[in-house]
Ligand binder design. Structure first.
Ligand code: ADP
Ligand code: MG
Length: 685
């Protein structure tokens, strides 16, 4: 049964384990498990405590029980394959019936007079205690079902018993799996070793040991994460100083605007100005609700940089948004002598080349771009300031690359999504935060109402009223299921309905599975006023600004999260006219109703974010994918804040002492970091 120890290698394919043939191997591969090391890293989801035997007479219907007893009788039908096998099992307290359907081939596994241990859910057959399809083993045998039993994630086609057997065979391999936590650190903070942790997670004997093994796994994941982030930031932190930029020009620009800055904008500008005018490198997050006027702050910073002879760039997540910025920048900077330029993927080759050349020569001072600017051939002459708009749309690596295009670049990141403090620390390190919590004057708060789908006529009447005044409307349909196709269909049917209902107006459809150009084209037409009603899926979520749009209708509102509803609603109410938002829903569940109520009560994004946190719990908000962080198995950022802080501290020290992670004690960690972040971490260096 046992495989030759020397024959196993962590990098071997899973089929090198006895009993894993091509079919099972495929099942493992489909679950992303390819090598023996991958198998070792398949960890129990939970544990069943099967340490205490129950007396048969004490079996409680519906609960999981572990019993041990002697088989006193067997009953099966020798001639029918499908007939059940029925055993009577006896201990000192009583008798229990154990039933296996399709029991014929199990028959020979049980000998009368022999003791077996069973684990399963207790039921009753009339007055008799019963176990149906329990797990079983000969009492005292090495397959005994007693003990703390790990429950593994289910892998189609592979039973729990089999996974447990495989894990047992892999035990000898632990010695050859590299422990990537530096020895000195491990000793310093008294952390369990990898070998100890593997052993106790797969073969638990004691709750405390499992806990310290888990702690080790959580810590090691977070340490890898933080070390990776530090490693990427290393260049920046080594160069704490940045160019000092006088902000006189920004002040002048602000004083010549057609409006006065809001209190919140003034405070945020104060922060930014302090950063820019000192030699301290700016590393600031600017949070402000949709429509709070972050763009003008970016303009003030950028024009200041330009007046000091430095280049600056603002990176937007979509081409449409970039184009929109270009339009307003051009208008706003008119007469100042700084011509903003744009760099996106989708532009004429010749024009792109010119922009790239002019960036290199320093001709262009103010650039608006998408991630196209991240390409290697885009080189700046003297980049002094980098701004990312709608920050949450970008991954960690994209951010790093942009600021590495200059020597001592000031960084401003802007977002409409308030990011919880802890997460901000993870993502941006020692980031400063400014918030704009006031809205520009003259904004009429958006009237929000929750309505039943039967009242749709009333909603349409309001839409018509607004259209007659020359205004425009958005109608948004949700994602249904995971499939883009279904999603498109539902927006499509809505589109058909509305095209009929509003036959005299121009109605257009935009959804996620359309070509980008087609989407942009229609959204631009809407922005120009050529389209009256825009039916869409959530694709309009990001930053589009159409002040003439005054109605937002959200279908199946229950399918959207609060943050999303808030973002969507923020598309209207951008002009001086009163705007309306209708949440159409028939849902009666508590969460959906609560969300609707909050939306009707307030338009303050920070307040909504707080409520959102309460309703959803931190788990979802911390979802690592959403923020471009690598996936982790044990660590949960919403629960492990304290471990995170320790990991952060250790990572800082590690990188300070050994910025390249060259020390022999640290190279394994460096390898681990690379495999966690993928190759991009190499690009960031
Ligand atoms: P966001 O913070 O969502 O990016 P924008 O910067 O797009 O918001 O601003 C939304 C609109 O508000 C723009 O049309 C902008 O010109 C206008 N705006 C910004 N600041 C003010 C202000 N202090 N007073 C009046 N209007 C303002
Ligand atoms: Mg914006």
């Amino acid at each position: 049964m046992s495989t030759d120890v020397n024959a196993l290698n962590p990098t071997d394919r899973v089929s090198s384990i006895k009993g894993i043939g091509p079919q099972k191997e495929k099942s493992f591969n489909d679950a992303g498990i390819n090598t023996l090391e991958d198998l070792v890293y398949v960890f129990p989801r939970s544990y069943e405590d099967r340490r205490t035997l129950s007396d048969i007479s004490d079996m409680k219907v519906g609960s999981e029980v572990l019993i041990s007893g002697k088989v006193v009788s067997k009953r099966s039908n020798m001639f029918s394959r499908s007939a059940p096998l029925s055993l009577l099992v006896q201990d000192d307290s009583g008798v229990c019936e154990v039933v296996f359907f399709n029991g014929k081939f199990l028959d020979k596994l049980f000998d009368i007079g022999t003791y077996y241990t069973f684990f399963g859910k207790a039921s009753k057959n009339f007055d008799r205690n019963q176990l149906i399809h329990p797990q079983f083993a000969k009492t005292g045998s090495k397959d005994d079902v007693r003990g703390i039993v790990p429950v593994y994630p289910s892998i189609p086609g592979v039973s729990q018993k089999e996974i447990r057997r495989i894990e047992t065979e892999l035990k000898p391999l632990y010695e050859s799996i590299e422990d990537f936590i530096p020895k000195s650190l491990q000793e310093n903070i008294n952390l369990a070793s990898l070998q100890y942790s593997l052993e106790n997670l797969h073969f638990p004997t004691d709750g405390k040991k499992v806990l310290s093994a888990k702690y080790r796994m959580v810590f090691s994941e977070l340490l890898t994460l933080e070390t990776g982030l530090m490693y990427m930031r290393k260049g920046e932190s080594a160069l704490k100083e940045a160019v000092a930029l006088s902000c006189e020009m920004g002040d002048r620009f602000a004083s010549e605007l057609s409006f006065e800055l809001t209190e919140g904008q003034k405070l945020a500008w104060e922060d930014i100005k302090n950063d820019l005018e000192s030699r301290k490198k700016m590393n600031r997050l600017l949070q402000g609700d949709v429509g709070s006027g972050k763009t003008v702050i970016a303009e003030m910073a950028m024009i200041s940089a330009a007046s000091e002879g430095y280049q600056s760039v603002i990176m937007a997540p979509t081409e449409l948004l970039a184009k929109q910025h270009l339009e307003s920048f051009k208008k706003d900077f008119d007469g100042y002598g700084y011509r903003p330029e744009i760099l996106i993927s989708n532009m004429e080759k010749k024009e792109k080349k010119r922009v790239v050349d002019d960036l290199k020569s320093g001709e262009i001072k103010i650039l608006i771009a998408t991630h196209a600017v991240l390409q290697e051939n885009v080189i700046f002459k003297n980049l002094g300031l980098v701004i990312t708009d709608e920050q949450h749309r970008f991954g960690v690596n994209q951010r790093k690359n942009l600021s590495s295009k200059g020597e001592a670049v000031n960084v401003l990141v802007m977002t409409a999504t308030p990011i919880p403090r802890t997460l901000a620390v993870i993502l941006y390190g020692d980031l400063d935060v400014s918030q704009i919590r006031t809205m520009p004057k003259g904004r009429v708060p958006i009237k929000t109402g929750m309505v039943n789908s039967e009242d749709r006529d009333r909603v349409y009447a309001k839409v018509r009223e607004e259209l007659e005044k020359g205004r425009q409307a958005y109608v948004v349909a949700p994602l249904i299921g995971d499939s883009e196709r279904i999603d498109a269909n539902s927006a499509e049917s809505l589109y058909k309905e509305l095209a009929k209902e509003f036959g005299e107006y121009s109605v257009a459809l935009v959804h996620g599975s359309m070509k980008q150009e087609e989407k942009d084209e229609r959204m631009e037409a809407f922005a120009k006023g050529d389209i009256n009603i825009l039916v869409s899926t959530v694709v309009i979520e990001v930053g589009i600004n159409v002040p003439n749009a005054t109605v937002m209708v959200i279908e199946n509102a229950e399918r959207f999260g609060l943050a999303q509803l808030h973002q969507l609603r923020g598309r209207v109410g951008r002009g001086s006219d009163e705007s309306f938002c209708f949440l159409i829903t028939d849902a009666e569940n508590e969460v959906a109703v609560k969300r609707g109520e909050i939306m009707c009560q307030t338009t303050d994004g920070f307040e909504i974010a707080e409520e959102d946190l309460k309703i959803r719990g931190p788990g979802e908000i911390f979802g690592t994918r959403q923020h471009g962080l690598p996936q982790m198995i044990f660590a949960d950022l919403s629960r492990h804040g304290d471990v995170l802080e320790k990991a952060l501290e250790s990572a800082k020290r590690l990188i300070e002492d050994d910025p390249e992670l060259k020390d022999p004690d640290n190279v394994a960690l460096k390898r681990r970091v690379k495999s966690m972040f993928g190759e991009e971490i190499a690009l960031a260096l």
